[in-house]
Design a protein around this ligand. Structure first.
Ligand code: CAA
Length: 389
């Protein structure tokens, strides 16, 4: 068993850390307050390769492994979760599906511009009345021979207004239920595509979340990903990987809040000594460190399993549910360690606490992750959890 990162992985982690601390941290509070989209930062992330992390070099990406991807997500998320969710939705939810299941033509046409950041990608699954219950799609992709006619509304779409390309999940044959669902590549510029207002959110406030509407949008058949009826499976497989990205985001929030609390606990004095010399604070720090390390093991392991070509659906669900709950708990306690200072923007922990909440909700709530885990352990009668099998 080997718990060390490779030289290359450490270099990537350090580059992401430098970028986050030097380029994202200045201005993150102001962007969050004003809900202003991080245009310059997204451009810089494109130049660094963060918008084509796992895409093969022949399609314009940097071709890194899943472990490197989670290292990047972790470092960005210690500081700016609006930026990291843009990276996660773009890479995991849009580019991955095109590269894994797209035709050669689709890959040539879309991936280079997406991987460079010239175009931003989004994934349209959730609807006003279909969130956790993802098979209940009301968006229709009517089969018109050489094209689909798409009508419907998608909700809570990360990168909704900024995306140039959407993967849209829509129902073609309702009688077949989830087996009648298709996944289509739709360009934002096409006639009939429009977006709603930017949502005013508790956290990840400068990221762009909106509804996306499709009215009589003509989508050529060659833009369907995979065989007819493969759309729901593609969505589920996409989310398996997306959950590793969000688990890494939650890990970054947890680690970032812990690091801030630890640093503050050395500086702040009370009753004649540093507050970390009081057991009440020291034990909080111990519990934070314990949860960060446990989350890190689950997240890195899920990414490693993906790199090994193993089935990672359950590992991803475990990593997401644990890391997001750790992020929530640690960020609340980090505010507590900071006392009154934790309650104001300047000290960063209140923003991490607000950002933590969404990691328990998007790309499958904690309750959905428990459905995925429980179904798997019961179906396979898992009396032990194997490592790497
Ligand atoms: N991989 C491949 N196939 C899968 C799969 C997986 N991980 N999980 C399920 N499937 C297949 C099943 O095999 C089944 O297919 P067959 O009948 O052909 O065998 C089909 O999908 C339906 O599966 P279920 O019967 O298990 O379906 P269900 O209705 O019980 O739902 C669920 C399963 C896990 C609860 C699923 O609906 C789910 O994951 N829901 C949550 C959706 C979600 O995460 N939404 C977040 C939206 S993305 C987002 O947040 C936006 C953003 O921009 C950040």
């Amino acid at each position: 068993m080997n718990f060390t990162l490779s030289e290359e992985q450490m270099m990537i982690r350090d580059a992401a850390r430098d970028f986050a601390q030097n380029e994202l941290k200045p201005g993150v509070i102001e962007r969050d307050s004003a809900q202003s989209y991080p245009t310059e930062q997204v451009k810089a992330m494109g130049e660094l390769g963060f918008l084509g992390v796992n895409v093969a070099e022949e399609y314009g990406g940097v071709g890194l492994d899943a472990v490197s991807y989670v290292l990047i997500m972790e470092e960005l998320s210690k500081v700016d979760n609006s930026c990291s969710v843009i990276v996660s939705a773009h890479n995991s939810l849009c580019l991955w599906g095109i590269e894994k299941y797209g035709t050669e033509e689709q890959k040539q046409k879309y991936l280079p511009r997406l991987a460079s950041g010239e175009l931003i990608g989004a994934f349209c699954l959730s609807e006003p009345e279909a969130g956790s219950d993802a098979t209940s799609q009301r968006t229709i992709a009517e089969d018109k021979g050489d094209h689909y006619l798409v009508n419907g509304t998608k909700n809570w779409i990360t990168n909704g207004k900024k995306a140039g390309v959407y993967i849209v999940i829509a129902q073609t044959d309702p009688e077949k239920k989830h087996r009648g669902i298709n996944a289509l590549i739709v360009e934002a510029a096409w006639e009939g595509v429009s977006t709603g207002v930017k949502e005013d959110k508790l956290g990840i406030r400068s990221s762009d979340t909106s509804s996306v509407m499709f009215q009589d949008v003509k989508v050529p058949k060659e833009n369907r990903i995979g065989a007819d009826g493969f759309g729901f499976k593609l969505a589920m497989k996409t989310l398996d990987g997306g959950r590793i990205g969000i688990a890494a985001q939650a890990l970054g929030i947890a680690a970032g809040a812990y690091e801030l609390a630890l640093a503050y606990s050395h500086e702040r004095k009370a009753f004649g000594k540093a507050i970390n010399q009081h057991q009440a604070i020291a034990f909080k720090l111990a519990d934070m460190a314990l949860k960060v390390e446990t989350a890190r093991m689950l997240v890195y392991r899920a990414a490693w399993m993906k790199d090994q070509g193993l089935d990672y659906a359950q590992a991803a669900a475990m990593a997401k549910v644990y890391a997001s709950e750790a992020a929530m708990w640690i960020s609340v306690e980090a505010v507590q360690v900071h006392g009154g200072y934790g309650f104001v923007q300047e000290y960063h922990v209140e923003r991490l606490m607000r950002d933590a909440k969404i990691t328990q909700i998007y790309e499958g709530t904690s309750e959905i992750q428990r459905i995925v885990i429980s179904r798997n352990i019961i179906k396979n009668d898992m009396t032990y959890l194997p490592w790497g099998e």
